[in-house]
Design a binder for this molecule. Structure first.
Ligand code: GSH
Length: 218
């Protein structure tokens, strides 16, 4: 699975300055969060990456993907699971961050939704040092390729369901996911020849990306 982040993070070991700033603003050891997510979801992974990178403590709760989808609206797909994202914010949408001091939108909300807003909140609260994206056009063009749904959907939509994560523990999780994408007109899989070709292209883009991301422009 490809996960793209809007920000690139400076690692402690690469910058004495950042290392100094981080140790001066230690992560508040008393703050602990519950992070509600799907393990396969790029939006959730963006938040998890931030928390893992900076050593922010959290307990992860992973939901079945079909739980909370309403069968009456989904041609019979979906179910009301024990863990149901609707109980967090009223919406079937994750990630959601829960914890003391986490802002909520409505009085009944259990936590905060929207991955970028969660990241902004964490960056502000823990005074994290996160450099902005460079905006380099050569990186941007690779990014656009990697985000092109026409190319990526047939590579990933069916493969995602084979990742051994709790998201797909119930067969109804997979059938909801496939139904949802079929309904949108997404292509779920390539033919085996197309698949091999797409993997070849993707691998060469990833090699190019790795090489380019090592180039430091001043
Ligand atoms: N803008 C939201 C998007 C979150 C989102 O779309 N999450 C997907 C999972 S990757 C979701 O909850 N989908 C529920 C569904 O379609 O049933 C964010 O950045 O957090």
């Amino acid at each position: 699975m490809i996960i793209l982040f809007p920000l690139s993070f400076v690692s402690r070991s690469h910058s004495p300055l950042v290392s100094h700033i981080l140790s001066a603003n230690m992560i508040d050891a008393d703050v602990e969060y519950t992070f509600h997510c799907y393990d396969h979801c790029p939006f959730g992974n963006r938040v998890a990456f931030l928390m893992d990178h900076f050593g922010i403590k959290y307990k992860k709760v992973v939901y079945g993907y079909g739980s909370g989808a309403l069968p009456k609206d989904c041609e019979g797909k979906g179910y009301d699971g024990d863990l149901n994202p609707r109980r967090l914010t009223g919406k079937k949408q994750l990630p959601v961050l829960e914890g003391a001091g986490v802002p909520i939108v409505k009085p009944d909300d259990i936590g905060m939704a929207e991955s970028l807003e969660i990241c902004s909140f964490l960056i502000g609260r823990h005074q994290l040092v996160c450099p902005c994206a460079t905006g380099r056009p050569d990186i941007k063009s690779i990014e656009s390729y990697l985000l092109d749904k026409k190319v990526m959907n047939p590579l990933k939509l069916t493969r995602l369901t084979k990742i051994p994560v709790a998201d797909w523990a119930d067969p109804r999780d997979i059938s909801y996911h496939l139904w949802k994408h079929q309904k949108k007109g997404d292509i779920l899989e390539y033919s085996s020849e197309e698949d091999a070709e797409a993997i070849k292209d993707l691998n060469s883009k990833l090699i190019e990306f790795a090489a380019r991301s090592r180039v430091i422009s001043v």
